[in-house]
Design a protein around this ligand. Structure first.
Ligand SMILES: [Zn+2]
Length: 450
């Protein structure tokens, strides 16, 4: 047991390694021209509707998924076979899939050198649609929705595969999103079957535009959506959160806070607008099946959506052009969202898992925080905020060296009722994980462990 006593009056002056200091270089290699070329290739498949042709090499979802897998293999050849390419598949049927249909995802795995079982997932959906969700015949270019997320994932694989990471990065092109999040569910199930510890899921869906149909534009901000109370809470944990707090401290919410701070560290890059809801009003995305299984996940999406250029038949009506075509996109913006994803993946794949902290403060004038050792952690940062504050304090209140299997931090004179605490784990190079909150179900692991 490590007992580290810190005088409450001094805690704010303890020195620390800032997670903001971590600047990742791979993001500099993101190419707007390659993103643009890949969008043209995707649009060239005519439609990528999940119910479209599977065996036509030139048109339909089959050709598109095959192209994505081939692109991953080509990237792998350039890094000495560093990517393993797999195509998880299953038969699916449902309200928007009237016949049993073969559904395939294209997935590339870049195995971690130290902790290959820990995974960070970046994903987009490769399928597309027009106005009628069952119309699999009409051209459905799906340039922004979600060609943009698809090409972001492929570009991330290109630039990150030149580097080695302690934990695994998974690049995933998902099918079946528009028919009911089938590809996301398949990948979440597959990740569970592999026995992976999922550190973070970055879902990118509609990330390549900056203007709305009303002319309002914003090319400086990207939205990051995160859930409040986690989807896999049990009744018992929900009752504990009602009593003790934690409704604003799900792993996804802390991942969102971490991405926001990471983005603030790059003055050239996009600012993050955190949206504290699981997705847009009345809509969903492939982060949802991961959240339902208890995996930390967020959705990246444009600051301003353009409803005339998503889920629309290609047409001109009353002088208005409809359809999700490349000419409506902003490729410089897409490159910036890609850079932010690459920076996040670079940092997450190098950082340890966030700890699973516990807090004892009931009927006491002091607080005790404790957590178990985290693989790959060289030290831990302790964070705090008032219960009515949205963000963690600017700097950590303490840094604790990782020299014991069971860490304990006593905070005399700190009345725990008034604070929320969290811990992040840092690698030797100073790369720190997102903060995990010391609240019921604050740990970055499914409530029901697999
Ligand atoms: Zn979409």
């Amino acid at each position: 047991m490590k007992n580290l006593i810190i005088c409450a009056a001094l805690v704010s002056s303890v020195s620390f390694v800032s997670p903001l200091a971590a600047q990742s270089r791979p993001a500099d290699n993101v190419s707007e021209a390659r993103l643009r070329a890949d969008i043209d290739t995707l649009v060239g498949f005519g439609t990528r509707h999940t119910l479209s042709e599977q065996d036509n090499p030139a048109r339909g979802i089959g050709a598109a998924v095959d192209w994505g897998a081939a692109e991953f293999r080509r990237i792998s050849q350039q890094c000495g076979g560093c990517l393993e390419v797999v195509l998880p598949e299953r038969m699916v049927e449902g309200a928007r899939i009237p016949q049993p249909t073969r559904l395939r995802n294209a997935v590339a795995i870049q195995r971690g050198t130290e902790r290959p079982n820990e995974v960070v997932i970046v994903q987009g959906h490769i399928d597309s649609r027009v106005s009628d969700p069952l119309d699999w015949k009409s051209d459905a270019p799906g340039a922004n929705d979600d060609g943009s997320g698809t090409v972001l994932v492929i570009e991330a694989a290109r630039v990150l595969s030149a580097h080695k990471y302690a934990s695994t990065i998974i690049y995933a092109l998902l099918s079946g999103e528009e028919q009911g999040l089938y590809g996301g569910r398949l990948l979440a199930d597959w990740a569970g079957q592999q026995g992976f510890t999922v550190k973070a899921v970055l879902n990118n869906d509609i990330v390549g535009g900056s203007c709305g149909s009303d002319g309002y534009c914003d090319d400086k901000t990207v939205r990051v959506f995160s859930e409040g109370p986690r989807a896999d809470l049990t009744d018992a944990l929900r009752a504990q959160q009602r009593r003790n707090g934690g409704e604003n401290d799900s792993p996804g919410r802390n991942l969102s806070r971490w991405i926001d701070i990471l983005a603030d560290g790059d003055s050239e890059g996009l600012d993050v607008r955190q949206i504290w809801r699981a997705d847009r009003m009345g809509r969903g995305g492939d982060q949802v099946p991961f959240l339902e299984k208890g995996y930390p996940a967020v959705r990246f999406s444009v600051s301003v959506e353009d409803y005339e250029h998503q889920h629309q038949d290609l047409r001109v009506e009353d002088g208005v052009t409809y359809g999700d075509t490349p000419d409506e996109m902003d490729f410089a913006y897409l490159a910036k969202v890609t850079q932010l994803n690459v920076r996040a993946l670079d940092a997450l794949a190098g950082a340890p898992m966030p700890p699973a902290p516990r807090m004892e403060a009931a009927v006491s004038a002091s607080t005790t925080l404790s957590w178990d050792e985290v693989a790959g952690a060289d030290g831990y940062l302790v964070w705090h905020r008032r219960t009515d504050q949205p963000y963690w304090s600017e700097g950590p209140m303490a840094r604790v060296a990782a020299d014991q299997p069971h860490m304990t931090l006593e905070l005399p004179g700190v009345r725990g009722d008034d604070w929320i605490f969290g811990i992040s784990a840092c690698a030797a190079d100073g790369q720190c994980s997102p903060v995990a909150s010391a609240v019921p179900a604050g740990a970055f692991e499914p409530v029901a462990k697999e």
